[in-house]
Design a protein around this ligand. Structure first.
Ligand SMILES: NC(=O)c1ccc[n+]([C@@H]2O[C@H](COP(=O)([O-])OP(=O)(O)OC[C@H]3O[C@@H](n4cnc5c(N)ncnc54)[C@H](O)[C@@H]3O)[C@@H](O)[C@H]2O)c1
Length: 264
């Protein structure tokens, strides 16, 4: 049987990194973005949808026949409130309602470390900050991720949909500064984490940190391990390449001091 996985925001940085990594025999990736993703290469089991996650009819159609949704679409940095409210908060509601209406059993939400950016790095608990640490958003963007997690919890409790919200650190090819040495999630580990989210039996509602097995990590890996996520990469191999700026005091880094609502 074919497994169809809808990925929103598939034309973004993470979506493009995942496109080949999540390809599997017997799986179709349905790639949705407001900016049209590239057409399928020869033999690639991919469907393309150009639509906004705020478009209820388009999202209902996109969820038809999907086994799971990986919701990456939205604004990924600080920005004016209206845009954040529409794309990130209302967009997540529309995605979850469409998934429920179509009978999609499982949704993975791209939350962010910026839902909890105001934690003080000097107060590292043993084993790292738990993934369900109470939100301390550092921006309107961070607030939208707290709302995303709340919507995921609501749709699990009301309708029984399995929802895993990933508080992603920094998912890029390589770490590039001192902070990203502890926040990094390698693209291969991101694919491992998403596969764990798709495969783990009956996850219910969970929050999990999206990071690699970084020597300098400050967030817990326990919640990921509980769903079968065993990261294999460590940013430390890039440590010598990264500029040695002064250490940050707050987990959200420069998001904690960026003016609220201003485009980054
Ligand atoms: N990359 C990271 O390290 C990181 C860290 C924390 C959280 N996240 C979250 O993961 C997700 C993916 O991140 P990314 O780095 O790929 O971001 P990105 O900005 O590169 O990609 C986001 C994608 O969403 C699309 N999009 C925006 N509004 C949309 C809408 N209304 N409807 C449909 N698509 C829309 C954009 O066109 C873009 O292709 C985002 O939700 C982001 O907040 C990413």
């Amino acid at each position: 049987m074919t497994q169809t996985v809808l990925i929103t925001g598939a034309n973004g940085g993470v979506g493009r990194l995942m496109r080949t990594r999540l390809a599997r025999e017997g799986r179709v990736l349905r790639l949705l973005d407001v900016v049209r993703p590239e057409d399928p290469a020869e033999g690639e089991a991919v469907e393309i949808i150009e639509a906004s996650v705020t478009d209820e009819a388009a999202m209902r159609a996109a969820c038809e026949g999907a086994e799971a949704v990986i919701h990456l679409g939205g604004i990924s940095v600080e920005a004016p409130w209206d845009g954040i409210l529409s794309a990130n908060i209302d967009g997540t509601r529309v995605v979850l309602e469409a998934a429920r209406d179509a009978g999609v059993a499982r949704v993975v939400l791209a939350s962010s470390n910026h839902a909890a950016g105001f934690y003080d790095l000097d107060e590292a608990p043993e084993g790292g900050l738990p993934a369900d640490a109470f939100p301390r958003p550092d921006t309107y963007y961070g607030v939208s991720k707290v709302a995303m997690e709340a919507l995921g919890s609501l749709f699990h409790d009301r309708y029984g949909i399995d929802v895993t919200a990933l508080r992603i650190g920094s998912c890029f090819e390589k770490p590039w500064d001192r902070r990203s040495l502890w926040t990094w999630m390698s693209p291969d580990d991101c694919a491992r984490l998403l596969e764990a989210c798709l495969a783990t039996p009956g996850p219910g509602f969970r929050v999990v940190w999206g990071i690699s097995r970084n020597t300098r990590r400050w967030w817990s890996l326990a919640e990921g391990e509980a769903i079968g996520y065993h990261p294999q990469d460590d940013s430390e191999i890039y440590a010598a390449e990264v500029p040695q700026e002064p250490a940050e005091r707050l987990a959200g880094g420069k998001f904690c001091s960026t003016p609220l609502g201003e485009h980054m």
